[in-house]
Design a protein around this ligand. Structure first.
Ligand SMILES: Cc1ncc(COP(=O)(O)O)c(C=O)c1O
Length: 364
């Protein structure tokens, strides 16, 4: 499906290397991995993750704070059910990541929509509407879906509020490896002296989503509670996959793959923007994204983005409407276009279909 948001370039994943590492463990080590394992994850992978987030993301972590889970989504779920009580108010970026909204509601919390702008979450609005909230879900490196990065001033304001309110900050750092100009932005967690931030990362974008491996870095006060909760819910992450991933990281394949993907995604994004400028002028306007795996394509002002999106889906093109992600924020009409999984050879056909969907007039 062209443009699928959040899907990495599976066509460029080194499946042969993965298969070799997998076979090595399945043949020789499998018996070591048949037991229940550790509730908070395979110790060598916890060490590798602590090293990686410290070096690459500016996160302060020792392996004892790392809990391996089945993806960022499960991390948010485990955190929400462990640290919040039904009825707690929690700030939520509007527009934001829908799965986090669903998870927070399932945990019984009441969402406080907080708008975002070019500098990310409007911390001042959050404080005015719910200074006594118990937490916040935020993607400071790359807001989903708007793409902004939380400014330093707002990072400090957010941490100051969390310290005063004794609120938990869930930092969702889902795709920050892919930042195009300059270096990746360091994580919010690295600035957090008071231990209010629970850092969440995933291998869904850097390795592949079906792996279902992600992690959280618990602040010292929460390590025991979250580890205990992880053990009660399930033994979350499968051990054999964790062992394979450990080798993938330790033998250098991970770093090499991420570096190659950063370059490939920058090229795919440029190719997409050039093709849209060339073939869809006046119908769709794209500003380059500094980070991540999708861009927003802005439609002409009076368009109904939900109708365009459903017409596109009927033609086999998956471009979610921006309005889908809002709770109450006013938004111009737009579409989300994932470019990471977009093979250059499939682009022209996909854009032709998208053009048809946009020009198609009102939905029947
Ligand atoms: C903001 C955000 N957080 C987390 C995730 C996903 O995480 P995972 O596959 O690790 O559950 C996504 C995936 O698209 C996302 O957009």
């Amino acid at each position: 499906v062209p443009f699928r948001v959040g899907e990495p370039a599976l066509d460029l994943f080194p499946v042969d290397i993965w298969a070799r590492l997998y076979a090595r463990h399945a043949r020789r080590g499998a018996r070591d991995f048949l037991g229940y394992g550790h509730a908070n994850g395979y110790p060598p992978l916890r060490r590798a993750v602590a090293e990686y987030v410290s070096a690459a993301r500016g996160v302060r972590a020792d392996p004892g704070q790392v809990i391996l889970v089945r993806g960022a989504q499960q991390a948010v779920d485990l955190i929400a059910r462990t640290v919040f009580r039904p009825g707690d108010r929690v700030w939520y970026e509007d527009p934001g990541y829908l799965a986090a909204a669903a998870i927070l509601r399932l945990a019984g919390t009441s969402l406080v929509p907080v708008p975002v702008d070019a500098q990310g979450l409007r911390v001042d609005v959050g404080e005015n509407s719910a200074a006594d909230a118990k937490g916040v879900h935020v993607a400071p490196s790359h807001q989903f879906p708007m793409g902004s990065a939380l400014s330093l001033e707002r990072r400090l304001a957010l941490l100051a509020w969390a310290g005063r309110a004794r609120a938990w900050v869930i930092e969702d750092d889902y795709d920050s490896e892919f930042r195009y100009p300059g270096h990746p932005l360091p994580a919010l967690q690295g600035l957090d002296a008071a231990g209010r931030v629970i850092y969440v990362g995933t291998f869904s974008k850097t390795v592949f989503p079906a792996l279902r491996l992600g992690y959280l870095i618990a602040p010292p006060d929460l390590v025991d509670r979250l580890t205990h909760a992880a053990a009660q819910v399930d033994h979350l992450a499968p051990t054999l996959e964790q062992a394979v991933l450990t080798d993938f990281i330790e033998e250098g394949h991970f770093t090499r793959h991420v570096r190659r993907m950063r370059k490939a995604y920058a090229e795919r994004q440029q190719a997409l923007i050039a093709a849209v400028d060339r073939e869809m002028a006046g119908l769709l306007r794209i500003e380059p994204a500094d980070a991540g795996m999708h861009v927003i394509g802005w439609l002409p002002p009076s368009s109904d983005d939900a109708a365009v999106s459903s017409r596109a889906l009927e033609l086999g093109v998956e471009v979610p409407a921006l309005s889908r992600y809002r709770l109450r924020a006013p938004l111009a009409p737009g579409l989300l276009l994932g470019f990471a999984a977009l093979r250059p050879t499939a682009m022209t056909t996909a854009l032709r279909k998208l053009r048809k969907a946009i020009e198609g007039g009102p939905a029947q």
